[in-house]
Design a protein around this ligand. Structure first.
Ligand SMILES: *[C@@H]1O[C@H](CO)[C@@H](O)[C@H](O)[C@H]1NC(C)=O
Ligand SMILES: *[C@@H]1O[C@H](CO)[C@@H](O)[C@H](O)[C@H]1NC(C)=O
Ligand SMILES: *[C@@H]1O[C@H](CO)[C@@H](O)[C@H](O)[C@H]1NC(C)=O
Ligand SMILES: *[C@@H]1O[C@H](CO)[C@@H](O)[C@H](O)[C@H]1NC(C)=O
Length: 394
């Protein structure tokens, strides 16, 4: 088969009517993420009320689990010095810092240049790289103003974040949700998808032989892809044979991303708790509750960025890059007083953000708040339900 992914998209679009539009976007992902000038114009009469930003950590070193996928590749741990494994590299800090600069530029009228604790909330997953990314972002966002400068030689001030252990993280951690895993495996079993994956059996064979591990799922291929990226971050090139199969590996990665948020049920398990939390905060903000912050940052992983984009109905399957960011902004129209939701994606670290029209919401840069709430109902998940549905202990 010459164009397996395209084939899946078309076939699946025919099978599932409601997925049709979303799938159509998969074919040409670049054009869907192209900005248009119309957008900036539409913001003139809008006031930002509160923004939620989920971002991926910066460039990193590999995880032991990824290294374990390729036991035949003998790597001297020295190459990870001084960062260590599963950590943020120097380039990763730079990229995170660039994101912080973009957030300062974008929200300079919304939050004070002073660090005022009631204006911002920062949450990270329980990983060194996401915590370090949050700190690098905040270093750029809150360069100390004279009244907060505390050390003559250091142009940095401490800004706090919160985190919970992964096993208790119902906001940003879904990897261990057993139902999610089961449902995803069922997506691989959809005949057209199954056939496409099957058409790559030579790839799986090659990967299994070369790595010394049984590589059988698109997800494992994606993890290998991530391993090669992470090794490149420390200057170690993949073995020569990888080059020849990289186009197939990338296609398999795309299939992996395609299956992850394939339908509302999967999207709900990946971002339903976060979306419920976000919408609850927007409700509070609209009710005039003064304990609502202006900016909510979530330092997390590519899957979280993707999951929020899926929840916002602007998802096009691909791997979000290091320090990319997905934004949900609540805005108020200054003429009508009406509230709207805007979806923004900054695919590159440091922006710019691209405004994406929310699907099924009139094709405009902003979506009426009430309409967005009603579209979102099928995706909302309470903490208790998440706990009941997903056994968070792996
Ligand atoms: C990857 O998928 C695209 C889109 O379906 C296809 O055109 C291309 O031939 C595939 N490449 C490989 C190496 O399988
Ligand atoms: C933010 O606003 C302040 C005060 O208006 C201004 O001095 C500063 O240059 C602005 N920063 C950015 C990054 O736009
Ligand atoms: C490889 O994985 C497949 C699918 O999980 C399984 O059927 C097969 O027995 C495994 N082979 C080896 C050598 O472990
Ligand atoms: C929603 O927000 C209110 C007020 O901020 C808070 O008291 C309540 O616990 C939140 N509910 C949920 C389900 O998060």
């Amino acid at each position: 088969m010459k164009q397996p992914i395209l084939f899946i998209i078309i076939t699946v679009a025919v099978i599932c009517g409601t997925q049709e539009q979303r799938n159509a976007r998969v074919i040409d992902s670049t054009s869907s993420y192209t900005n248009n000038n119309l957008v900036e114009d539409s913001l003139i009469d809008n006031e930002l009320i509160v923004s939620f930003v989920v971002f991926r950590h910066g460039d990193r070193t590999p995880d032991p689990a990824e290294l374990a996928l390729f036991p035949a590749w003998h790597i001297d741990d020295k190459v990870f010095f001084p960062h260590g494994k599963q950590s943020l590299t120097t380039k990763g800090r730079h990229r995170a810092f660039a994101l912080g600069e973009y957030l300062r530029q974008r929200y300079n009228d919304t939050i004070s240049e002073l660090y005022l604790q009631e204006e911002i909330s920062v949450r990270t997953t329980d990983y060194a790289r996401t915590k370090m990314t949050a700190l690098s972002v905040l270093a750029a966002l809150y360069m100390p103003q004279p009244s907060q400068r505390w050390h003559p030689d250091i142009n940095w001030q401490p800004v706090p974040y919160s985190t919970v252990p992964s096993k208790d993280d119902d906001l940003l951690y879904f990897d261990t949700c057993s139902l999610y895993k089961t449902l995803r495996e069922r997506i691989y079993d959809i005949p057209t998808i199954h056939d496409t994956i099957d058409s790559y059996r030579d790839l799986f064979k090659t990967l299994s032989v070369e790595t010394g591990r049984n590589i059988t799922t698109p997800e494992e291929v994606f993890f290998l892809d991530n391993l090669f990226q992470a090794m490149e971050n420390v200057g170690v090139a993949a073995p020569k044979w990888v080059e020849h199969v990289m186009p197939q590996i990338k296609n398999m990665t795309k299939i992996d991303y395609y299956s992850q948020y394939y339908n509302a049920e999967l999207t709900r398990l990946t971002s339903g708790v976060l979306l419920a939390d976000i919408l609850n905060i927007t409700k509070s903000a609209i009710a005039g509750n003064t304990d609502v912050a202006k900016l909510y940052l979530y330092s997390a992983h590519e899957h979280n960025v993707a999951a929020l984009l899926a929840a916002l109905r602007v998802w096009v399957p691909h791997q979000p890059k290091y320090a990319s960011a997905a934004f949900l902004e609540l805005r108020r129209n200054l003429d009508t007083g009406k509230y709207v939701v805007m979806a923004v994606y900054a695919p590159e670290a440091g922006g710019p953000g691209i405004v994406l029209p929310i699907e099924e919401c009139g094709g405009q840069p902003t979506c009426d708040y009430d309409k967005f709430i009603s579209l979102s109902q099928e995706l909302l998940l309470s903490r208790q339900d998440f706990k009941n549905i997903c056994s968070t202990v792996s």
